[in-house]
Write a protein that binds this ligand. Structure first.
Ligand code: PEP
Ligand code: CO
Length: 445
């Protein structure tokens, strides 16, 4: 069947947004189509070739950022802190896995959220759910919750500002990353850590510090080089008005590129084989993530790959499992062995299968469940003989209290103290770094 950037409109959209003025959508999309691309095809192709390397075990991918990025958080400090935590985690992972790390943020466009219910009820009032800043606003008023196509443009502008700052920061380097001794590593003191693990973490930190001092001794320029690293962007390719408006051909290359981001992914709720999202993304040349929940079958995945990567192009497909800690052992091994011989990179998202609600109704995740899903995923790969090639986290560089547990000791009663996420709970920077040490430990084995 013929594909074009609007052929998805003929298909069922599981997360369709009910805009009430189709002409206003057309006007916004027309303007979005004229605006310059946010990323380039050569960056996208470079990421694809790095993912192809990762598929061969030569690189490891670290993907992380907000569940729902907000335009209000398009500010210096949250952006700097997000880059810093991803960079710190990646340095720890390099020492664990002895492989280059591909860094991918969930940022500069992670503004659209799928929802399980189209409406939200508070008391007697029922309003449309919050679908992310690309669609409506979180505030619980009829005006804020009304889907507004102008938000497509506002999302594009904030993505562009975010990306502009990220590109400048990464070109300049982060001087204060040069001394891991000064990072907040207080979780090393946690009573939960076995003495062996603590010793191993201290050793990793000493090695990092030594490596950086060695580079410093080589000449001042070289340490800056280390933090002058590349970041790629990613977001859930959910709002197809937004994605398709920035999808175009480029000179001297074949095919269409979605130029809103390097690595779009298809979410668990929108990966129906005959749905709008699979239709749209089969036609673009970007690498593509696909989230896989515990109910997915080997057949489902084969059929998705037949449609999304019929030529078995290396670097094209990233399968992101998000089963839930208790379901990995039962659900994942069959998928892994079923995919042997196909060109895919396996990543683990240990967040989305482990969301719970407290008695008072606050959404949270337990550090231990997140760690358990990671460990069980490493075990599943080991038992089948496949390789886990990356991890996917919801995290922030701030000291939020959204997930409980970990050595930082956030408890249920802390959750109200600094809970900022408008959607799912994120790891704070201490929890994220602690997990990086855990993964490094596992990669070393
Ligand atoms: C997400 O990554 O924020 C998300 C909604 O994930 P999933 O599609 O896996 O539920
Ligand atoms: Co989420």
């Amino acid at each position: 069947m013929a594909w074009d950037p609007s052929s998805w409109k003929q298909k069922q959209n599981a997360q369709d947004v009910a805009y009430d003025d189709p002409q206003a959508v057309d006007r916004a999309v027309t303007r979005l189509r004229e605006l310059p691309p946010l990323v380039t095809s050569w960056e996208i192709e470079r990421l694809k070739s790095q993912i192809a390397d990762a598929q061969e075990g030569k690189r490891f991918v670290l993907q992380g950022g907000d569940c729902a990025e907000t335009t209000a958080d398009c500010r210096r400090t949250p952006i700097v802190n997000k880059l810093k935590i991803l960079l710190k985690m990646s340095l720890v992972l390099i020492l664990g896995g002895r492989k280059p790390i591909v860094r991918v943020g969930r940022f500069a466009g992670q503004y659209a959220k799928p929802r399980s219910s189209p409406t939200e009820k508070r008391g007697d009032v029922e309003l449309p759910s919050y679908y992310g800043d690309l669609v409506n606003r979180a505030e619980f008023t009829p005006e804020a919750r009304k889907p507004d196509p102008q938000h497509l443009l506002s999302g594009y502008h904030h993505a562009a500002m975010t990306l502009n700052f990220i590109r400048s920061l990464t070109a300049g380097g982060f001087a204060d990353l040069h001394h891991p001794e000064y990072w907040d590593l207080s979780f090393f003191e946690s009573a939960q850590l076995t003495p062996q693990l603590r010793e191993e973490y201290q050793q990793i930190t000493r090695q990092l510090a030594d490596a950086l001092r060695f580079m410093e001794a080589l000449g001042e320029g070289s340490v800056d080089e280390l933090s002058r690293v590349e970041f790629f962007t990613s977001h859930e390719g959910l709002n197809l008005h937004y994605e398709s408006a920035q999808t175009r051909t480029v000179p001297r290359r074949e095919g269409f590129y979605d130029l809103t981001t390097h690595l779009p992914w298809i979410g668990e709720r929108t990966r129906a084989l005959d749905g709008a999202h699979v239709e749209f993304f089969r036609g673009v040349r970007n690498p593509l993530g696909i989230k896989l929940g515990p109910k997915v079958t080997v057949d489902d995945v084969h059929r998705l790959l037949d449609v999304l990567n019929p030529g078995e192009e290396p670097g094209r497909i990233v399968l992101i499992s998000r089963m839930g800690a208790g379901k990995v052992a039962e659900a994942l091994p069959a998928i892994l062995s079923g995919m042997k011989g196909r060109k895919v990179l396996f990543m683990c998202d240990p967040m989305h299968g482990n969301t719970i609600s407290t008695a008072s109704g606050i959404k949270t995740r337990n550090y231990d469940a997140i760690l358990k899903e990671l460990e069980a995923t490493f075990d599943a790969h080991a038992s089948v003989g496949t390789t886990l090639g990356g991890v996917h986290f919801e995290l922030t560089g701030e000291d939020v209290t959204e997930c409980v547990g970990g050595a930082s000791g956030v408890t249920e009663s802390d959750l109200t103290r600094n809970y900022e996420s408008l959607c799912d709970p994120r790891l704070n920077q201490a929890q994220a770094l602690e997990l990086a040490f855990r993964i490094a430990h596992r990669l070393r084995r």
